[in-house]
Design a protein around this ligand. Structure first.
Ligand SMILES: *Cc1c(COP(=O)(O)O)cnc(C)c1O
Length: 384
């Protein structure tokens, strides 16, 4: 046996030299707003728990009730004996909330994206038979779904609908699928959905959106697309993902999405937790409003301090720093002040655009936001 052939020592040394090696950091306790790490309490500005539901009492109680009655595991894949009543209820609820005829659960968003794209585009006899158009900044799971299929991949510059239209005009492929993050995970920017729908209609292309960072946060429903993907591990605070669309689409995917067919169903207690979380969101609309307030306040404060922000109206508010080393140094300086903001580096983001990715939550108090703003003012001062 030998791993030598993969030259890991050399490759890993290269990563370290470029400040691109990564490490899991142990969290002793907590998610949002506070975590304990290495015995120190930090305000967490790096979770996707946008509504502060991860440790909500009503959700925990509903989950514990379900757990006591039914135990933990699903026991099998959905198509075998793993699809329980609570899964079915959740699928119906998700279809109703998003306004689509039908929805289906996937164990993770990563698997949903790979499964859907592969099921639609994976059976081609020639790569010219299908083309997938993806925004250059799409999430890795969408790109991997494209790689898994046999279709040709075209990546248009971020939000560049003109380039997308130009390609659609010139391509003669039978199957065309446009795929985009709705809110881009590392930028917080939003895809121009109305324009994309118009484009897809003009060129008889299908449109799929990944709303991982929007589902649960919207006060207005999005216009309908062919394929809607939402995740449950972010604003909803639980785990998993779903795809919504027409009855035919979902029926087909249940038979053909390999990442659905060949994997164990999510523990039903997670479905119970998710249903409880959806109830909380409906009953506590202040959470979405509080988050909006924090976003507005942070943006205007940071613009005043002169940081390079992105045109994001979402809970994701990155500060572009540039190189990986400086970004890590800034993150470390914030940490000294009790503020946890992760440094995002290539390959997660393009080279030269390393950033501090701040995410806000309804669980943050006004005081937490004030502390973030003054900590950033201090490190800004130190830099200058
Ligand atoms: C997080 C994320 C996913 C993956 O979802 P998981 O449920 O965490 O696997 C997919 N797409 C986007 C845009 C994401 O941000």
């Amino acid at each position: 046996m030998s791993l030598e052939q993969f030259k890991l020592a050399q490759k890993y040394a290269d990563l370290q030299q470029q400040y691109l090696d990564r490490h899991t950091q142990v969290i002793d306790q907590g998610v949002t707003p506070l975590v304990q790490r290495h015995g120190k309490t930090l305000i967490n500005f790096s979770s996707n728990d946008y509504l502060g539901l991860v440790s909500h009492q009503a959700i925990t109680a509903a989950t514990v009730d379900y757990l006591k009655q039914h135990g933990i595991g699903a026991g099998a894949a959905h198509l075998v004996t793993g699809h329980h009543t609570i899964h079915e209820q959740l699928e119906q609820r998700l279809a109703q909330i998003t306004g689509y005829p039908k929805a289906m659960l996937f164990s993770t968003g990563y698997m949903a994206n790979m499964g859907v794209i592969d099921a639609l585009m994976g059976n081609l006899s020639d790569s010219k038979d299908g083309i997938i158009y993806q925004d250059r900044l799409n999430h890795a799971s969408l790109l991997d779904g494209g790689r898994l299929s046999c279709a040709k991949l075209r990546r248009y510059p971020h939000l560049d609908i003109n380039q997308l239209n130009a390609w659609l005009n010139q391509d003669s492929s039978a199957q065309k699928l446009i795929v985009t993050d709705q809110i881009f995970s590392m930028d917080g920017t939003e895809a121009p959905l109305h324009d994309l729908i118009k484009t897809a209609e003009q060129h008889q292309a299908a449109l799929m959106i990944d709303d991982a960072h929007g589902f649960g946060l919207r006060t207005q429903p999005l216009p309908k697309v062919d394929i809607y993907m939402g995740t449950l591990g972010k604003a909803i605070g639980t785990f998993g993902a779903f795809v919504a669309g027409s009855e035919l689409l979902i029926n087909y995917l249940k038979s053909r999405a390999r990442t659905f067919v060949y994997t164990t169903a999510t523990p039903p207690l997670i479905a119970a937790a998710t249903l409880a979380a959806l109830d909380v969101i409906a009953k506590e609309p202040w959470r979405q409003l509080k988050l909006q307030q924090h976003i507005g306040r942070l943006r205007s404060a940071l613009m005043g301090q002169g940081w390079q922000l992105l045109p994001s109206q979402s809970a994701i508010q990155p500060i572009i720093v540039g190189n990986a080393e400086d970004t890590l140094a800034l993150s470390a300086k914030l940490l000294e002040q009790g503020i946890l903001v992760s440094a995002i580096r290539p390959p997660t983001v393009p080279r030269g655009t390393s950033r501090l990715r701040i995410t806000l939550s309804a669980a943050h108090t006004d005081e937490h936001i004030s502390q973030l703003i003054s900590a950033l003012a201090r490190v800004c001062h130190q830099l200058a």
